[in-house]
Write a new protein. Structure first.
Length: 356
């Protein structure tokens, strides 16, 4: 059974209930002298506690998206080989409705050859009478590491948070797209590496799938990203690498903008994929970036935002920053940044428009 599967969670709950029932039934029925009965009772109590702990751990992992597979939890293996990843191709992939208003598809990208999950949510305006020919801007949400697309829903409060802001007139109605940012279980900071083209997965394959199945605006003016932590790093770099795909990116508490040596040990590869290096190479790029953090976040200090603004000077890249006075590296802080980030994205990206 998969680590995050419902059958595993139900099995753990069942085992816990059986362990408790066995302890109640056998407590006074253990034969033998006291030195035999009491150790047996201690073992029964320990079994009850152990099974209860595993249920709690499984619930926390499923809620926070900490580990998506047994290999990731145990530290075994190097992720699934891209050449061995199988799923329907872009043309054959089908979106299946979920119970929370979302639609989910698994597919294998044409360009990256990677396979993974993509969750899509369409705003109420998408289904409104008379909107059949209206195309909508797209906002790609990038989760952190470790994490999964469900993290945005279970912890990030999406799409409810966006829907509330739309109702208040504080955000445009976006089609939300939530893909895996490390399909196959290998984190590359959304970069193309010799064995894994994650940047192509996010910037070519995912947009291709979504555009084929939903009424989305064409061109970069209709496509933006918002990410948290590692996903924030990716949201800052992908518009710089793919300005013909994405017009804007909002990075909430991004990882170090110079790159992580533990993720990309190759110094040249790491530098060439870092937002700090990329923004220095940008020339008259029609790209906007929103960088946000809190004064208390040691993982994403405000100083790196200042350094990025200096690096972007003269590049033509539009940079807006936000530093909140308090908050940790978590969704409680990030959700407080939604109004600013989504309001800014609404000014950078085009509104819904009629089209074929």
């Amino acid at each position: 059974m998969e680590l995050t599967s419902t059958p595993l969670f139900v099995t753990l709950i069942t085992v816990t209930a059986l362990a408790m029932l066995a302890a109640l039934l056998l407590w006074n029925r253990i034969p033998g002298p006291g030195w035999v009965r009491w150790p047996a009772r201690v073992l029964m109590l320990a079994l009850c506690q152990l099974t209860a702990i595993t249920v709690t751990a499984a619930w926390i992992n499923g809620s926070y998206g900490l580990y998506s597979s047994w290999d990731e939890l145990l530290g075994t293996g190097n992720g699934q080989d891209a050449s061995a990843m199988t799923a329907p191709t872009t043309g054959r992939a089908r979106f299946m409705p979920g119970g929370d208003g979302t639609q989910t598809a698994w597919f294998r990208g044409t360009h990256s050859k990677l396979a993974g999950q993509v969750i899509v949510w369409t705003p109420p305006e998408y289904r409104a009478p008379g909107a059949q020919r209206t195309r909508f801007p797209v906002l790609v949400l990038l989760h952190g590491y470790p994490g999964s697309p469900r993290t945005w829903i279970d912890l990030g409060g999406m799409p409810d948070a966006l829907e509330q802001l739309i109702a208040l007139g504080a955000s445009r109605p976006f089609v939300l797209v939530i893909p895996e940012i490390y399909p196959g279980g290998v984190n590359t900071d959304c970069s193309n590496t010799p064995g894994r083209k994650v940047a192509d997965w996010l910037a070519r394959d995912v947009p291709e799938l979504v555009a084929k199945n939903f009424r989305t605006l064409r061109g970069p003016a209709g496509w933006g990203l918002m990410g948290v932590s590692t996903g924030g790093y990716c949201a800052a770099k992908l518009p710089l690498q793919y300005p013909k795909v994405f017009r804007a990116g909002a990075a909430l508490d991004p990882d170090p903008l110079t790159g992580d040596p533990e993720v990309l040990p190759d110094a040249v590869l790491r530098e060439r994929n870092s937002p700090m290096w990329l923004v220095r190479q940008a020339r008259k790029a029609d790209v906007g970036l929103f960088l946000a953090t809190s004064a208390q976040d040691r993982e994403s200090p405000p100083q790196q935002l200042d350094a990025f603004v200096r690096a972007a000077a003269g590049s033509g890249v539009r940079v807006k920053t936000l530093v909140r006075p308090s908050g940790g590296h978590n969704f409680q802080t990030w959700s407080g940044m939604y109004p600013d980030a989504l309001g800014w994205l609404s000014t950078e990206l085009s509104p819904p428009a009629a089209g074929r």
